[in-house]
Design a protein around this ligand. Structure first.
Ligand SMILES: Nc1nc2c(ncn2[C@@H]2O[C@H](COP(=O)(O)OP(=O)(O)O)[C@@H](O)[C@H]2O)c(=O)[nH]1
Ligand SMILES: [Mg+2]
Length: 358
């Protein structure tokens, strides 16, 4: 018992590791989104640099705390994407980065001595910023998502969604999803299992799926209100509130990424996307390795791969545990609030009785 508690405390202290990549043409609000998501200036604003060609891939780390759970978040920004006439090298650079993280894990799995400092840098979600053209996807959008979709959880979002009226936004979302369907682009669509999942999960996932692509409004400006500070964009005619679900989908996306669907995104990355990559790579390896020397016997490497899988399973369990703990603590808060309400009701009733007695 004490062992488990100690174990648990250590896990909570260490927190969860999660990686988000943001891709999209310059000026769509990637930097603003990241700073809004983290509620601090993680990325600096920069002008598009037309002197250097191609995309620059830059991971930065930031520690967040989300409902009592520490998250060690890595943000991978991709400035320069879509700025050139020929984007072929950008596609390859981004895909190359994602696959490099898988290669690193694959190499670590087959090491004799594990490197204690090894960091799993796999990308768990790629947010793709769609330009709010009103006309559906551009070729660039289709190409990027189609190439990256089989390797990473792609979540399409609409940058600067405040440029649409309510009806225009509905129509644009519909067109984008039609294109995604038509071009068979594999995106993360909040998958669920009708038979295995409970009703709440199914309902939640259906709702999130219905919001795709998420309409994003970002802002680093705050305004004071009676309920505290809120993040807004100010226009000559009024304000848009970033965290107001009537105004945009930012809050819902944030909650899905950092709370409700964090584990699912990690699981799909490991069990499905990485596993597919590994299988493809290993079977490719077997074909062209036929005349190369084997430097370790197969038994040992099998054991190592199994060990690595056990380690991953353990981590997954740990995440589930944290999720359950969080749910319990939410319920406990609710219960306490109800108890409190009951107590004050009792006190008031007792008061009336005394008054009546007189
Ligand atoms: N209208 C509108 N403008 C935005 C939004 N987010 C950012 N911007 C503005 O768009 C410009 C480019 O934003 P930035 O975050 O630097 O874009 P990036 O090049 O994709 O990193 C800046 O002037 C931002 O203030 C948004 O949601 N709506
Ligand atoms: Mg930027």
């Amino acid at each position: 018992m004490s062992h488990r508690l100690g174990h648990r405390r250590k896990n909570l202290k260490k927190g969860l590791q999660f990686t988000i990549m943001v891709v999209g043409t310059s000026g769509l609000g990637r930097t603003t989104f990241v700073n809004t998501l983290c509620a601090k200036q993680v990325l600096r604003h920069e002008q598009p640099d037309h002197t250097t060609n191609g995309v620059r891939i830059r991971p930065v780390m930031v520690d967040l705390e989300e409902e009592g759970v520490k998250i060690n978040l890595t943000i991978v920004d991709t400035p320069g994407f879509g700025d050139s006439i020929d984007n072929e090298s950008s596609f390859n650079d981004i895909l190359g980065y994602v696959e490099k993280q898988y290669d690193d894990i694959l190499a670590e799995e087959s090491r004799i001595k594990r490197n204690p400092k090894f960091r799993d840098n796999r990308v768990h979600a790629l947010l793709y910023f769609i330009t709010p053209t009103g006309h559906g996807l551009r070729e660039l959008d289709i190409e990027l998502m189609r190439r990256l979709g089989p390797r990473v959880n792609v979540i399409p979002v609409i940058g600067k969604a405040d440029s649409f009226t309510r009806m225009e936004l509905i129509e644009f979302k519909r067109r984008v999803m039609e294109d995604i369907d038509h071009y068979k682009i594999p995106i993360y669509n909040f998958p669920f299992d009708d038979e295995e999942d409970d009703d709440d999960t199914i309902e939640e996932n259906c709702e999130l799926r219905g919001l795709l692509p998420f309409a994003i409004i970002g802002s680093e400006e705050e305004a004071a209100t009676d309920e505290g500070n809120i993040r807004i964009r100010r226009y000559p005619w009024g304000t848009a509130e970033v965290d107001n679900s009537e105004h945009c989908d930012f809050a819902k996306l944030r909650y899905a990424l950092l709370s409700s669907h964090l584990s699912d995104l990690k699981e799909i990355t490991h069990d499905f996307l990485y596993e597919n990559y590994r299988t493809e790579k290993l079977s490719r390896g077997v074909e062209d390795e036929s005349d190369e020397e084997e430097n370790e016997d197969e038994g040992t490497s099998q054991v190592r791969i199994k060990e690595e899988h056990l380690r991953m399973e353990e981590e997954k369990l740990r995440e589930k545990e944290l999720k359950v703990q969080r749910e319990i603590s939410e319920k406990r808060q609710e219960l306490l609030a109800k108890e409190e309400a009951l107590r004050s009701l009792e006190a008031r009733l007792a008061g009336t009785q005394i008054n009546n007695g007189h």
